[in-house]
Design a protein around this ligand. Structure first.
Ligand code: HEM
Length: 529
C-alpha cells in the first residue's frame, strides 16, 4: 500500500523516496555550506582590502576599496566615476583618495607634472589601457620602450610641417561643409553640429594618416541627419567601452561574432577593414618588389618600411586597430571641442562679439584660409584655449603606475605599483589656477601674465604620452571656428545646458546633441551660383 502511495507521488517505491529525500537534504546542507564559505570569503576579502591592504591608510569609500563593482556601477549605470572624484577629495579633506582596490586619485594640481610630464617614471596602467579592445594601437602600448620605438616610426606623420601640408585639403573640405550648411540656412532646417565637425575631423585625420580623406564630408548635406555609418560604428563601440574594461569576456565575445552581426552592430567597419588591408598589402608588394614608395608618407608606407626585414608580415588586426584609434581619436576629440566652443560662444554673446570683431577685421585671411595668419589672432587663440580647458575631452582618469620608489602625497605614502590617476578638471577647474574656473572667460588667456597659464594647458596631456595629433587638432580648431563664425550668424536650436552635460564612456558623450540654426550667410554673395 505504501508503495502505491509513493508511486502516485512519482517515486518508484519507499526506498527511492528515502533516497531522494536524503539527497535533497544533502543538497540543502551543501548549499548552506557553500553560502557560508562564500560569505566568509567575501567578508575576509572585504576586511583585508579595506583594513589590511597596503592602501588601507588612504581615505576613500570602503566599497570602492573592496570591489571593482563600485566603480563599474558608477561608470556603466550612473554618469561616470569622474563626477564623484572632486567631491570625494572635499569630503575626505585629502589630496589623495583611494578609488579602487589598487587605485588612488590625486586631487592636488601640484602633482600633475610629477605624474604626467616628460621624464616621469609613471608608466601607463595596462590594467585599463590593454582592455580597451584596440590592441596594437599607440594609445594602448604601455611598455615605455615599445612605445618609444613605435612613436619614433610614425612621429613624422604628425609634425607641424606635415599638418601644415594638409591645410589646402582642409580648406577645401571646410568650404564643402560650410556650403552644405549654407544650404540649410536657405531651407531653414537645423544642423546637429557635432556631426558636421565629426565628418570634417575624420576626413582630416585620414588625410594626414592614410593620405586620403575618408569622404565623410561628402555625405554632409546628402544624408538628411549627417549620421554617417562610421559615426554609428564608433558610437556602438564607445557605448560598451566600460564593459570591455571590466569584463574581458565582452572583448572575446565581440571578436567571436559572425560577420553579419558585426555589420549590424558596427555598420561599414568590415568594408573599411578590407579597404585598409588591401592598401597595406599593395604597399607591402610595391616595397618588396623594390619599387620606391611614392608621394607623402602615410601610416601604410611607414609601417611597411619599418619592418625589420622585407616580406615580414604585419599583424593586420593590430594594424587595423591602430588605424581605427587614430581616426576615432582625431574625429571624436576634435569635434567634441569644436562643439563645445560653438556652445560656449553662442551662450556668451560678449565673447562672440569680441571674437567676430577680430575675425571681420582679418576677413581676407579667413576667406583665404591662411592658417598661419589665423593662428596669430589673439582673441581667437584665447577662445581655442578656453574651449580646450573647459570641454574636458578626456573625462577618464588617465591611469599611471607609481614607480617602485613610491610617491609622497601630503601626509600619505603611496607605494610603488599602485595605480594613480588625476582627472583633468583637478587642474582645469582649479580656482587657484583659473579663478571663476567654471566660467567661459577667454580673457584669462590674454592678460600680461597669461603666458604663465600655458603650463596648465593640459588638454592634450604632457610628456611622452602627449597627444600625437595636437598639431592637426589645433589647426582644425582655429580654421573651423574662424570660418564658421566669420561666415555665419548662428543660434542654438532647442539646446540647453543640461544637453551638454557629459557622460563618461572613456570618450565624453554629451547627453543630447548641440543643434544650431544658421540665421544669416554673410558670404552668400561670394558663393552665389
Ligand atoms: C582637440 C583634440 C584632441 C584632444 C583634446 C586630444 C587629447 C588627447 C589626450 C589627453 C591624450 C592622452 C591620453 C592618455 O594619456 O591616455 C591623447 C593621446 C592621443 N591622441 Fe589625442 N587629442 C586630440 C586630437 C587628436 C587627433 C586629431 C589625433 C590623431 C590624428 C589624436 C591621436 C592621439 C593618439 C594616437 C594618442 C596616443 C598617444 C600616445 O599614447 O603616445 N588626438 N590625446
Amino acid at each position: 500500500m505504501y508503495n502505491s502511495t509513493f508511486s502516485t507521488l512519482g517515486f518508484g517505491d519507499y526506498q527511492e523516496f528515502k533516497l531522494v529525500k536524503s539527497l535533497h537534504a544533502d543538497l540543502n546542507t551543501l548549499w548552506k555550506v557553500f553560502i557560508t564559505i562564500f560569505a566568509i570569503y567575501l567578508t575576509s576579502k572585504y576586511t583585508y582590502r579595506v583594513y589590511f591592504h597596503k592602501l588601507s591608510g588612504i581615505p576613500g569609500p570602503p566599497l570602492a576599496a573592496a570591489s571593482h563593482l563600485y566603480e563599474a556601477y558608477l561608470n556603466i549605470i550612473a554618469d561616470g566615476y569622474f563626477k564623484r572624484l572632486l567631491p570625494m577629495h572635499r569630503h575626505y579633506n585629502s589630496p589623495v583618495v583611494r578609488i579602487g582596490t589598487n587605485h588612488v586619485h590625486v586631487g592636488d594640481p601640484q602633482y600633475y607634472h610629477t605624474i604626467y610630464n616628460s621624464g616621469s617614471d609613471f608608466i601607463k596602467a595596462g590594467e585599463i589601457y590593454e582592455k580597451l579592445g584596440i590592441d596594437g594601437s599607440m594609445l594602448t602600448i604601455c611598455d615605455p620602450e615599445e612605445h618609444r620605438q613605435y612613436r619614433s616610426i610614425v612621429v613624422s606623420l604628425f609634425s607641424r610641417k606635415a599638418s601644415d601640408d594638409v591645410v589646402p585639403i582642409m580648406g577645401r573640405e571646410i568650404r564643402k561643409a560650410a556650403q552644405s550648411m549654407a544650404g540649410q540656412c536657405r531651407t531653414g532646417t537645423h544642423t546637429v553640429i557635432c556631426r558636421v565637425f565629426r565628418a570634417l575631423a575624420a576626413d582630416m585625420t585620414s588625410q594626414l594618416v592614410l593620405g586620403k580623406p575618408l569622404g565623410l564630408i561628402d555625405t554632409v548635406g546628402v544624408e538628411a541627419d549627417h549620421y554617417h555609418d562610421l559615426m554609428r560604428s564608433v558610437d556602438a563601440f564607445t557605448r560598451i567601452t566600460w564593459f570591455r574594461i571590466y569584463y574581458r569576456v565582452v572583448n572575446w565575445a565581440i571578436i567571436s561574432l559572425p560577420t553579419g552581426a558585426v555589420n549590424l552592430l558596427q555598420p561599414g567597419l568590415i568594408a573599411y577593414r578590407q579597404r585598409f588591408e588591401a592598401k597595406l598589402q599593395k604597399t607591402c608588394k610595391e616595397f618588396d618588389s623594390g619599387k620606391a614608395l611614392e608621394g607623402r608618407d602615410t601610416l601604410f608606407s611607414l609601417m611597411v618600411q619599418s619592418r625589420r626585414k622585407v616580406s615580414q608580415q604585419i599583424d593586420s588586426d593590430r594594424f587595423f586597430n591602430d588605424v581605427v584609434n587614430y581616426i576615432v581619436a582625431g574625429m571624436e576629440a576634435t569635434s567634441y571641442v569644436l562643439t563645445f566652443a560653438t556652445y560656449f560662444l553662442l551662450t556668451n554673446p560678449a565673447c562672440l562679439a569680441k571674437m567676430q570683431k577680430e575675425l571681420f577685421e582679418s576677413q581676407e585671411y579667413v576667406e583665404r584660409m591662411d592658417h598661419r595668419e589665423i593662428m596669430k589672432l589673439p582673441y581667437l587663440t584665447a577662445v581655442v584655449k578656453e574651449s580646450l580647458r573647459l570641454s574636458n575631452t578626456v573625462p577618464g582618469h588617465l591611469p599611471r603606475i607609481v614607480p617602485a620608489s613610491g610617491m609622497q602625497i601630503g601626509d600619505y605614502h603611496v607605494p610603488g605599483g599602485t595605480m594613480v590617476s588625476m582627472v583633468h578638471p583637478v587642474v582645469e577647474r582649479s580656482e587657484e589656477i583659473f579663478p571663476n574656473a567654471h566660467q567661459f572667460l577667454p580673457e584669462r588667456w590674454t592678460g600680461p601674465d597669461s603666458h604663465k597659464l600655458d603650463k596648465w594647458a593640459i588638454a592634450f596631456s604632457k610628456g611622452r604620452r602627449q597627444c600625437i595629433g595636437m598639431n592637426l587638432a589645433n589647426i582644425q580648431l582655429y580654421m573651423i571656428i574662424a570660418v564658421f563664425f566669420c561666415r555665419f550668424e548662428m543660434d542654438l536650436f532647442e539646446t540647453t545646458a543640461a544637453d551638454v552635460d557629459i557622460v563618461d564612456q572613456f570618450a565624453p558623450i554629451m547627453k543630447a546633441p548641440v543643434k544650431i540654426k544658421i540665421l544669416k550667410d554673410r558670404w552668400a554673395h561670394l558663393y552665389a551660383e
